[in-house]
Design a protein around this ligand. Structure first.
Ligand SMILES: O=C(O)C(=O)C[C@]1(C(=O)O)C=C[C@@H](O)C=C1
Length: 311
């Protein structure tokens, strides 16, 4: 019997990133093939090119907010859908080559998101020392190991992986920050509804009065709670925005399906980004009786009877 090839997972590499830790929390060692990518766009491109089956990428952080490369990478290009979400508490160390002292550090390198989450602590430890961007926290650790920079902000595991030692532990300005990662794949069969799901989408609204209110109303009137919304530039011109949002429920739920169909009518463009099990440890709000599948089915049957002349 032909064997199914192992799933190829692209992730923001190199080894030792938070993205890899997030992937390890959902894919057992030895299961699938892990393919480190140089950047979020590269991980998404690998999936679009068929070189990877799925990509694990950071979407947002509880302190720093959205990860623009992922937000924009999912809005543009060939469609990809989220098949699961993964939450990871992130903790950072200031890592150096053995023997380096604080006074020797002339630059600190890390992923911009990690630098932003540690800016205050770093300013206290290393006043006036420039912060330099890297493609990932582990990429920064590797660059320090290779002698390109003096210090990196990275995960303790990345420091270890690249032979670095911590000059300071827990350098986050807000301890306990959580990053939400998503596993994305080419469109295909959707994860089955679990009763506690989220749906993600991007909608471009027209440049007219009340356009955002119209979008929001489609959710509100159907008893659907939003869990995230943010605006992103469409890059067309100032004044035209897309809204990236997550709502409770699965597109298979009547209320969510109908809301999406309504957005298709009222928005300039809607991109469905998937329905997947909610995994933030929270439970969707109770659905009002009037927004339950049974109520939609009943209303549909009533309308069918009217149309058939059975008044
Ligand atoms: O560089 C990494 O290790 C990543 O996984 C990326 C990333 C991010 O993009 O936010 C993930 C978690 C941390 O918040 C910092 C960096």
């Amino acid at each position: 019997m032909p064997q199914t090839p192992p799933t190829r997972f692209a992730y923001l590499g190199p080894e030792g990133t938070f993205a890899e830790a997030a992937l390890s929390s959902v894919v057992a060692p030895g299961e699938g093939v892990r393919q480190p990518a140089a950047s979020v766009p590269a991980a998404l491109a690998a999936v679009r090119a068929g070189e990877s089956d799925a990509a694990l990428v950071p979407l947002e952080n509880s302190v720093e907010g959205p990860v623009p490369a992922t937000m924009d990478g999912l809005s543009d290009g060939a469609p990809l859908v989220i098949t699961r979400e993964v939450f990871l508490t992130v903790a950072f160390v200031l890592a150096v080559r053995p023997g380096t002292r604080l006074a020797d550090v002339r630059g600190v390198v890390s992923h911009p998101h990690a630098l932003a989450q540690t800016a205050r602590t770093l300013a206290g430890l290393l006043p006036g020392v420039p912060a330099l961007p890297a493609s990932s926290t582990a990429g920064a650790a590797r660059a320090v190991a290779e002698g390109e920079h003096d210090a990196a902000v990275c995960a303790p595991i990345a420091a270890e992986r690249y032979g670095l030692v911590p000059l300071a532990d827990d350098v986050a300005d807000h301890p306990g920050a959580v990053t939400r990662f998503v596993l994305v794949a080419p469109p295909g069969a959707l994860p089955a509804p679990t009763g506690n799901d989220k749906t993600s989408l991007v909608a471009v609204v027209g440049d007219r009065t009340g356009a955002l209110l119209d979008l929001l109303a489609e959710f509100a009137v159907r008893g659907i709670s939003l869990t995230r919304i943010e605006s992103r530039p469409t890059r067309e011109r100032l004044g035209v925005y897309s809204f990236s949002l997550d709502c409770e429920g699965h597109v298979a739920d009547a209320r969510v399906g109908e809301a999406l169909a309504a957005l298709h009518r009222v928005c300039d463009d809607v991109r469905f980004l998937g329905s997947y099990p909610r995994d933030d440890g929270r439970t969707n709000r109770p659905v009002p009786d009037v927004a339950a599948d049974a109520a939609f089915a009943d209303a549909g049957a009533w309308l069918d009877r009217l149309r058939a002349g059975q008044v």
